[in-house]
Design a protein around this ligand. Structure first.
Ligand SMILES: Nc1ncnc2c1ncn2[C@@H]1O[C@H](COP(=O)(O)OP(=O)(O)O)[C@@H](O)[C@H]1O
Ligand SMILES: N[C@@H](CCOP(=O)(O)O)C(=O)O
Length: 318
């Protein structure tokens, strides 16, 4: 029988954004970025009271359908506990639907808060980092984002499933899939720059633009670049230009985000290893060199705001 957490138990989580794919590592490489959502939750009287401020506050439901609340409930269930009610506060800095993994961050943050409540009460089963990766990947469908937000730094993630190999279409977990991830020790000279536009793009929609099958030559191209990306990120940053080339997703998504494609092309033509961040429309540059002096103006001309962001630690619960 499930334990009931007592009223008054409280936990907070600070969860980073993430950028998935890093060019060739479609659905398997990611990096945590220093843009954070802060979530706090207390066990309260029956019912749900939720307040949301910051990014995306106007567009999210303020009831049990809220993604963070759903993740908290899922985490409590996984830990084998229940609560009479919840008070939840979300203070968001991660922009939604820009390719910065906001949905994965919301899920990781909610699960981590649930783990924090369980730990604070000293009952139920604690949620380890491995468990958070498993639950978040099952829940949200993007282990590359979720693993980065859990572990921090750059990550490689993979899954094992009893199901036969499938297409590249819809995200979402196949029942019985196990998810795994490891961090890469990012070379200390590598810096991260984001260029974030105002316009949004749904990950689910732009996954629909990807073909189910690709030419073997393109598959080989990406396998070689993804393997090279591990070397470039950890030991030889001078290889980042070659290591961030991709033939699996960026070109297919370009027609619905031409400004993103133009900015990536402009930067790469000047030796900056820029990629589409996740499913876009944000542009990410991981580089050990300075950006060309005109980069900020060029980004602004196309409607993007350029910032340097830290390569972030994983979710922190307190
Ligand atoms: N912090 C959050 N709280 C509630 N819902 C969120 C949050 N972050 C993202 N979402 C939901 O996820 C959607 C964005 O998901 P998605 O299209 O995958 O973009 P992203 O690249 O930002 O993850 C939002 O429209 C919203 O419904
Ligand atoms: N590998 C996924 C990553 C989606 O990331 P998001 O930040 O855009 O949600 C994909 O490329 O679809």
């Amino acid at each position: 029988m499930n334990s009931v957490l007592p009223v008054g138990v409280r936990a907070e989580a600070r969860v980073p954004a993430s950028s998935a794919n890093l060019g060739p590592g479609f659905d398997c490489l990611g990096i945590a970025l220093g843009i954070y959502d802060d979530i706090s939750a207390s066990v309260g009287e029956p019912g749900l009271r939720i307040s949301v401020s910051g990014e995306g506050a106007e567009g999210v439901p303020l009831d049990d359908a809220h993604l963070v609340v759903r993740a908290i409930n899922s985490g409590l269930q996984a830990a084998g506990v229940t609560v009479p009610g919840l008070d939840v506060q979300c203070r968001n800095s991660i922009p939604h639907s820009r390719g910065l993994g906001s949905s994965a961050s919301a899920v990781v943050g909610g699960l981590a808060v649930a783990g924090g409540l369980v730990a604070a009460a000293g009952v139920g089963t604690p949620l380890s980092a491995e468990k958070l990766i498993q639950l978040a990947s099952e829940f949200e469908g993007h282990p590359d984002n979720a693993s980065a937000s859990v572990l921090g730094g750059a990550v490689v993630s993979w899954s094992e499933s009893a199901a036969p190999p499938g297409g590249a279409g819809a995200a979402g977990s196949t029942p019985g899939t196990d998810y795994f991830a490891r961090t890469l020790a990012v070379h200390p000279t590598i810096r991260a720059f984001t260029m974030v536009p105002q316009f949004e793009s749904s990950t689910a929609v732009t996954r629909g633009l990807l073909p189910d099958a690709v030419a073997r030559t393109d598959a080989v191209f990406n396998v070689s670049r993804a393997a090279l990306a591990v070397l470039a990120l950890t030991a030889e940053p001078e290889l980042l230009m070659a290591a961030t080339q991709d033939r699996l997703h960026q070109e297919y998504r370009a027609p619905v985000m031409p400004a993103t494609a133009s900015l990536v092309q402009w930067l790469r033509a000047r030796g900056v290893p820029a990629t589409v961040s996740g499913a876009g429309p944000t542009v990410l540059a991981l580089t050990a060199s300075e950006l060309p002096a005109q980069s900020r103006d060029k980004a602004a001309e196309l409607g993007f705001v350029l910032d340097e962001v830290e390569i972030a630690p994983g979710v922190v619960v307190h």
